[in-house]
Design a protein around this ligand. Structure first.
Ligand SMILES: [Zn+2]
Length: 348
């Protein structure tokens, strides 16, 4: 039954595209194998939101080049948890950057206070490295499952990330690809988060995309995620042009929100049609993770726990509402973000 219910949930959410290319969500990847420690999670009963201010890859982080075949247009690279296959040769710095982003996302997600099937060996755990394809030609990307205008996509079946070169700032100069270092790394971390969360948690659009945006906005510098500047990065990404001007939604400090009932209860395809649904989801996810209730993310953890135990998303959402109506929750969300300089109003 577990397998059947999981299949059902995937059918409703088979592909998870990143935001459109017109939205500033870009990323760099690279090529190295990384010695990331196995999940350091504590037991579920005492699992807390990751409280480290920094998450760093171990010194042994490296990427191997497995294949470099001009004739077959196939280049492959391997890090600790990922295999990257590209149909064009990539510079070492790009491959190292990409692999670092994927491994950091793997590391951070392993520390999230949710039971992620990905990290539960013996329970739908898939042996072997996770697969990422880097695609030079955008039409090939579309043919293999990418959605128009997107900068990357996670396909739950066959558990694969597709990334088109143009979505991540790879540009050809003098016959070789170079990485545009002024772009952000958010697309890769966003899609990698979906991959890490594969399973019963991929149901509500706001939660699926809010979690991916949450992880993707953690600032990264040299194999380290800097959680201590995450809140500033989120505000910059939502209100302005993003961390170091690398891309943001530029909604300004006064944001008109769709009603929370619509945002939280709509199905996944409807969520994707909501203008600015991604930054809304990010602000809501952050609120539940860090401000609601005792500011310990407890309700969000309980919501995820219910989904993992097979609850319908409508049932699980009641845990988040905790007897409150949506208007009350909108006021709490507004008051919380007001303290951080963002003014919300709701279209009800
Ligand atoms: Zn997404």
């Amino acid at each position: 039954m577990a397998a059947n219910s999981e299949t059902a949930s995937h059918n409703s959410l088979e592909r998870i595209a990143s935001a459109s290319l017109s939205q500033p969500r870009q990323v760099p990847i690279a090529q190295k194998a990384i010695a990331v420690p196995q999940s350091s999670r504590s037991s579920p009963s005492i699992r807390q939101w990751p409280n480290q201010t920094r998450h760093t890859l171990p010194d042994g982080f490296e990427v191997q080049t497995l294949e470099s075949n001009q004739d077959s247009s196939r280049w492959s690279y391997r890090s600790e948890h990922f295999d990257f296959v590209s149909d064009a040769a990539l510079p070492d710095e790009a491959v190292e950057e990409f692999a670092s982003l994927f491994e950091l996302t793997h590391l951070y997600c392993s520390r999230l206070p949710f039971e992620l099937q990905r990290f539960q060996k013996g329970k739908n755990h898939r042996a072997g490295r996770l697969k990422v394809r880097l695609m030079e030609d955008y039409s090939n990307y579309l043919r293999e499952g990418g959605t128009p205008e997107s900068g990357g996509i996670y396909l739950t079946e066959p558990d694969l990330i597709l990334i088109p070169f143009e979505g991540i700032g790879l540009r050809k100069e003098d016959g070789t690809y170079q990485l545009d270092s002024t772009r952000t790394n958010q697309t890769l971390m966003h899609e990698a988060t979906h991959m890490m969360m594969r399973g019963p948690l991929l149901k509500d659009g706001w939660f699926v995309e809010g979690a991916a945006e949450y992880v993707a906005t953690i600032p990264k510098k040299t194999n380290t995620l800097h959680v201590d500047s995450h809140l500033d990065a989120i505000k910059s990404y939502v209100c302005d042009y993003g961390y170091q001007d690398r891309g943001g939604h530029n909604l300004g400090p006064e944001i008109e929100f769709v009603s929370l009932q619509t945002l939280m209860e709509c199905d996944y395809p409807t969520f994707q049609e909501i203008p600015n649904g991604y930054p809304y989801a990010l602000l809501l996810f952050h609120y539940f993770a860090h401000a609601d209730g005792e500011a310990d993310g407890q309700r969000l953890r309980d919501y995820a726990k219910a989904l993992n135990q097979g609850a319908e998303n409508g049932t699980a959402r009641k845990i988040l509402l905790a007897g409150r109506d949506y208007r009350t929750l909108e006021k709490l969300l507004t008051n919380s973000w007001e303290k951080d300089g963002i003014s919300l109003t709701f279209r009800n």
